[in-house]
Design a protein around this ligand. Sequence first.
Ligand SMILES: [Zn+2]
Length: 225
Amino acid sequence: MKLRICGIRTVWDAVGDGEFFCPGCGGDRNYRRLTGRRRFAVLGVPMLRRGTTGPVVECAACRSRFDTDVLDHPTTTRLSAMLRDAVHTVALGVLAAGGTTSRTVLRTAAATVRGAGFDDCTEEQLSIVVEVLSADIGHGSAFDPAAEACGAALAIELHEALEPLAPHLAPAGREAILLQGARIALADGPYGPSEREVLTTVGGALRICAEDTARLLAAAARTPS
Ligand SMILES: [Zn+2]
């Protein structure tokens, strides 16, 4: 056996903690954020400071250590909340574009939002939110600057809800969100021009290319729901 007489030894200090998704043991876990102090050691006894290292993130369950960029990945809990919000925002977007006068559209939208995890979402709630949104922004003709602003505000909402989610979803997961929006729009017949516009924005925010978005929307329109 080779006796290690001297070498660099790292002493780790905990500088914070929280919850993260551990890629080591695959789940939401607590972590400690560690910074290391590197010391020159003789016979395992630390002697001179050799600077700092890290920080790293250590899983409380499996003790695996990772670079801090592991924290960029949302926890499973956070990810399901983001998904739920995404579907809710898409539903509101489609309703704001197509109007809430159709009972079938409202019913489909409420069922979709409940399916995404907002268990107590009702048609009435959705129609109130859409009314408030529309009143805030003002209704007008296509030549009304307020209507233009409505489109822009809606696009911003959609980008904020969808863009942070997109990198964490497989293509099928991103397409599923778009298709849920498409089914709401199709509940009362073919897409209207503003519904199509909103769904195109949804596709873009989900990083689905324009061609694929158009193809998926056309396929959804051919398939009876
Ligand atoms: Zn772990």
